[in-house]
Design a binder for this molecule. Sequence first.
Ligand code: NIG
Ligand code: FE
Length: 387
Amino acid sequence: MEMSCLDTIDDAWLLIEDDRIADFGIQQAWASCGMQVDAEVDAGGGMLLPSWCDPHTHIVYAGSREAEFVDKIKGLSYEEIARRGGGILNSADLLHTFSEEQLYVQASERAWEMIRKGTGCIEIKSGYGLNTADELKMLRVIRRMKETLPVRIVSTFLGAHAVGRGYTMEKYVDTIVHEMIPEVGREHLADYIDVFCDTGFFSPSDTARILEAGAQWGMRPKIHADELASSGGVEVGVEHHALSVDHLERMTDAQIQVLLGSETMPTALPGTSFFLNMPFAPARKMIDAGLPVAVASDYNPGSTPSGDMKFVVSLACIKMRLLPEEAINAATQNAAYAMGLDADYGSITPGKVANFFITRPIPSVSFIPYSYTSPIIEKVFLNGREV
Ligand code: NIG
Ligand code: FE
């Protein structure tokens, strides 16, 4: 119910001290308090909103896969597409030939595109390495992005995205547990751990094994679940105190019951359903059952080549029947929770980091998802500074 509440104030002021929000209020009160400030920014009659938080992306990848997009339009099968250069394994082959520097340049370009579109926090996964050296290479690129970009980044180890070339399933899971996770843990390269738990990928029992190994290094799960089938991902995620379970296109009422009362945020990725012509996660049903919902872009080269969170908010309204207020809360506060950042990001609250954007003059909050392709952002602030 609380997801439909989005408090707004007309004629407002906002005070920033260093990189944090110090206070806010109505203009009249500001005029009469007489406080001296170092600099003033006129919002020009626009709206100020907390930056989007994007709690599920794969933006460290090599090149792009638009040939696969065309092949899908022509109706080619999954095997034919893979043979002609599509799929996760082909992204892994290409990533293998890229240096850290090349990956950093391409991924940073994607992050900057997201920043300009209003995103202030990004979760980034590994998962196109699929062998120990290349998974570590991806995570080092993410670490460098954390250190150099103004956007707040958290990293997730997704060695279990697909079985790497040359491994059997069993050998690959062993390698993840005995080799990859300890190395990632020792170098503190990941905040979270993810598994693509679905039919044809990793089973709930392999997922449990991987999550238990990750927990020993303090990595909390955020997992891919119920995208291709209702296959036990939600259950194994909740059992292992996952911060989020993501995708959920094929979840049923039983999984809604499992999530109720848990600490796990269901996270819908409506851009993926849009791009792949798949069912949308039952977000309306989840909210009506009393669950919170977050949304994310899933920005990746295969299923969602877009990190536009405003479009994700529009899809949440148009395709999942969320109210504009619910969709905006899903893309800010709840999304911040789904990446462990809700204490510092996701809302306009004194003490939180000053990450926000200012729009051109728009008539209402509902205009944001309604104007589903119009750019509305005039100014972006991250850590209290305009970028
Ligand atoms: O989140 N579902 C699994 N993985 C990605 C797609 C990866 C790809 O095709 O490169 C996803 O949609
Ligand atoms: Fe994903």
